[in-house]
Design a protein. Sequence first.
Length: 204
Amino acid sequence: MEVLELKPVTKQQICAYIAKKSKDDFHDFDIPKLSDFLVKKGIDFVTVDFNVNMREFRKSECAQALEKLGIKYFQVDIPEYVMGYLYEEIIEKEDLLNLLFEEYESMENKDSYKGESLKNWIDMIREEIQTKEIFISLKLRPQWIVKKMLDIARNYKKQQISFLHLVQEDICEDICSEVTEQLRALNVKVVQYVKKHNIINIEF
């Protein structure tokens, strides 16, 4: 079982290029432009954060172009078993929330002390669930993505490593800044192509 351990990069020089792709357009790439970028930047591997089945992605022109160039690609995400473990607690809280809500709805006097106490308990549990979900999606998931990226990079027996991270646009808005911050904190150089105000922007 994997352990989430983020170690700073000390023996390699790693450069990460991060670019977003429209939610439904992972099949629609400008292949010549993408290929030119990969060659020019000396990209060793590509990581993808798309909400798709990778079997489907393998059929895309993007995947075929990567294979033609001999560049491996990997889907990076929080492991399913970790998500399952984390969501067990959330599901338990949701079950309790439903029971409490049913009890509250059946009360004749909701303004009573018991009614007010029950409502406060419901609100507290609802907030706990929301806080947990935000932590998983916006903090923990980016950490796992960074871990996966660096695990892949460390498998390359080279001093200098460059990789391209392609991320679904709506996902990027939530976590790209966190992924970037985590990478930089671990001594990885990051070049972003995800902000509209960038002077240099890349759209594949």
